[in-house]
Ligand binder design. Sequence first.
Ligand SMILES: Nc1nc2c(ncn2[C@@H]2O[C@H](COP(=O)(O)OP(=O)(O)OP(=O)(O)O)[C@@H](O)[C@H]2O)c(=O)[nH]1
Ligand SMILES: [Mg+2]
Length: 509
Amino acid sequence: MNTAGRLIEGRLKHLEAHLEQENPVLLKTVQSFKKLDRIAYRTGLLDTDESYATQIPWWPLIAVLGTFSSGKSTFINHYLNYKLQRTGNQAVDDKFTVTCYSREKSAHALPGVALDSDPRFPFYQMSEDIERVAKGEGDRIDSYLQLKTCPSERLRGKILIDSPGFDADAQRTSTLRITDHIIDLSDLVLVFFDARHPEPGAMKDTLDHLVSNTISRNDAGKFLYILNQIDSAAREDNPEEVVAAWQRALGERGLTAGRFYTIYNPDVALPIDDENLRERFERKRDADLEEIHNRMHEVEVERAYRIVGVLERTARDIEERAIPAIREAVGRWKRRVLWGDALAFGLLLAGLFSITLKQGYWQGFHFAPPWLESVINSPALQFGLAGTAVAVVLGLHFLIRSLAARSLLRQLKNQGEKLAIRGNLANAFLRNTKPWRSIFSSSPAGWGRGARKRLAQVKEDADNYVQTLNDRFTNPSGDAAVQLENQPELASTTVTDSETVPNPDPASS
Ligand SMILES: Nc1nc2c(ncn2[C@@H]2O[C@H](COP(=O)(O)OP(=O)(O)OP(=O)(O)O)[C@@H](O)[C@H]2O)c(=O)[nH]1
Ligand SMILES: [Mg+2]
């Protein structure tokens, strides 16, 4: 195995180690992805330094964005029940903090480089991206990103991202760039606003970026807009008006009711003296907080189905798209080679005929050049002539094979992109045009009976994984103890409503 191959092997080991802690069903899917990798290596769809398993996001991302000092970090600490992030009343965070689970009892912080160079994380090679939009900033990745691990159970199976607050004045291009990248990648985005700022109208740029630009996206459903710290409004003469003002400001930007939450943090809230008011505030807060937390839990369930969905789709894509596309290309190549051979050898023979005719080598239908006698008498000459003839024929044939293959490459690349095939069609096709492969081979290189069997096995496994996930998340057998043991955080919110069980294959719906 080459170094690149060992590298990917190491990465997959890492991935398996993480999944072992978090979700055994997903651990098995890695094995299935590896089976697909093997097929892809043999057919040439993937290079040995690639893997289908490293191309998908294994951890659902939950991003927490919003205005500065709105309580993002406090919210995260409360959710994790762990004092992970610093909080405070000036702008505290100047970096994005990517948080993921680790069994180790204490939290660890690692520099941004760790994220930039580890393909398991969503910031892989982010510095190049940053460099592109802000010259010279790419090298300073550590000043934008950091990684923290934390043993909170709530963090199992997810990645949470805390971000620097949006300031009223212009953000740095690189920060905006990362924010947009995070928004694109996230499965859920919590957008925080601060009820202590009674004048939402003064934050036009921020609202534009966080609301207007997000509301019309086709993944708009993943944004939750949260007005935080509404305990502070309890001190106003008219608390409801604070919320209403925000609702108006957000409404003007297209936000409809139902996706707007009002909460405050029970750990740090100011006491509310008026008992009625306090009860009303608490009821609303608890309801909204529960909904937000449920959504955060759901992304994990969705992730599991999504990954099994990707597995199944990858298997089907190989069989139903990639292989037929390769087969078709090889067929076209074969026809081109045959026509090319026919044409080239036709021309060659015609040329030879016309030359020998001019030389007067033909007597009627008899080929009788003056040197015929000496050839007949010399085995060495015969051997030499035959060798030359074979060399010319083969040389011409392989030249034609290679020209014909090259003439199809561009088209194949386009086709691969159009069909969104994961893997390199052109490379797989070229495997079939190698000199030692006959142009009459019945199936594409690497796609023998063993490969077909392995692929069928993966599809069957994928069905089984879905069933296991259904059992786990819907728990129809009521086996709560098992569930609790395997996935403690699931026990608190069992999904019973069939609507909340996501479609395992979103692409088909
Ligand atoms: N009264 C009240 N104070 C809160 C609430 N949430 C957070 N705070 C306080 O608000 C201040 C800012 O909180 P942070 O969590 O640091 O805010 P942040 O959004 O992370 O801020 P940056 O990282 O600087 O953007 C801290 O002093 C918190 O104690 C809340 O719900 N009510
Ligand atoms: Mg913060």
